[in-house]
Write a protein of this length. Structure first.
Length: 317
């Protein structure tokens, strides 16, 4: 029995993925030998495909159907905890970490089902421990990195960042990779950080158009694109900054979110300035950045941006 699994939502995902590939149910049958009746029942939310069927559909659609299944099988409580963990990664709040640790232990102690499997429980604990080390300061970043690597090694025992492309990752592993990239970035190891981020950016999980089914993926992908742009800024590769800042802005527009949009506009404007572009090309992006912060009523951040921009680049916004 699949506790908490939303078959209708998964069926909608299957249908939209098939339609986006411009495939009929009959064409899918010819490609996979999955009967049109079986596919109809799956797309209408009446049944869940077997593992072999998901593998066949993944090949036909060029989308990791099994990964989508694993994400959509979560219970409401499990989704809530994922969201809390995402907020923690974004907010960098030590107080929130303690609250989430308490909620996690309470959730685990009350979990008498198979919603949380053993590997996931261990991975969550490694991630929370790693975040705890990060909040203690840069001198504990190596310990934090060890926690994230141990989490990934639960499913990939020989994991090494030198062979990042050689493994199959869970959604929690992707979080660990993102946190590892953050550690390298804050240690000014921008090349190592971008090696991870550029890999993440190419994964099917982040290139799929079905974002509405994976709400938690949206902000992570935008953050990946921003961090790639920032690392290229630190490496003085401003043409690359322009490319990834624009990609991030396009994702914000596509997903109808303001998340990190001000930072992407700012990074784009500064890149144009450093590339020697005229004021009428770079300044409108800096101005948009400040306007978005005004909308969000983030006055302190506006003043910080203005002061730093004048201090470093002698530009008044």
């Amino acid at each position: 029995m699949l506790i908490g699994f939303d078959k209708k939502r998964f069926g909608e995902f299957l249908r939209e993925t098939r339609v986006s590939r411009e495939l009929t149910q009959k064409q899918v049958y010819e490609m996979t030998n999955v009967s049109t009746e079986t596919l109809r029942r799956m797309e209408n939310g009446y049944t869940v495909p077997q593992l072999r069927t998901m593998e066949d559909l993944s090949h036909a659609y060029q989308v990791d159907i099994l990964k989508a299944f694993m994400m959509l099988r979560r219970s409401n409580n499990y989704y809530l905890f994922y969201q809390l963990l995402d907020e923690l990664i974004i907010d960098n709040s030590e107080l929130k970490l303690e609250v989430i640790k308490e909620k996690y232990e309470e959730m685990i102690s009350n979990d008498h089902t198979e919603i949380f499997d053993f590997n996931e429980k261990v991975q969550f604990r490694h991630i929370l421990d790693g975040l705890g080390y990060m909040y203690r300061g840069v001198e504990f970043y190596d310990e934090a990195a060890d926690c994230y690597k141990e989490s990934i090694r639960i499913c990939n025992p020989d994991f090494s960042l030198d062979r990042i492309e050689d493994y199959n990752y869970t959604y929690l592993d992707y979080k660990c990779l993102l946190l590892l990239s953050k550690i390298h970035g804050e240690k000014k190891e921008n090349v190592k950080s971008n090696k991870i981020l550029l890999y993440l950016n190419e994964q099917i999980l982040f290139t799929s158009d079905n974002y509405k089914y994976f709400e938690e993926v949206k902000k992570i992908h935008i953050k990946i694109l921003f961090n790639i742009a920032y690392n290229f800024h630190c490496l003085d590769m401003y043409d690359k900054v322009v490319k990834y800042a624009k990609n991030g802005i396009a994702k914000c527009v596509q997903m109808k979110t303001l998340y990190y949009l001000h930072a992407l506009y700012y990074r784009l404007g500064i890149a144009y300035y450093l590339l020697g572009e005229p004021r009428d090309k770079y300044f409108p992006f800096l101005n948009k950045s400040m306007m978005l912060l005004e909308v969000e009523n983030r006055r302190n951040l506006i003043e910080l941006y203005r002061d730093k921009t004048y201090e470093i680049h002698k530009i008044r916004i």
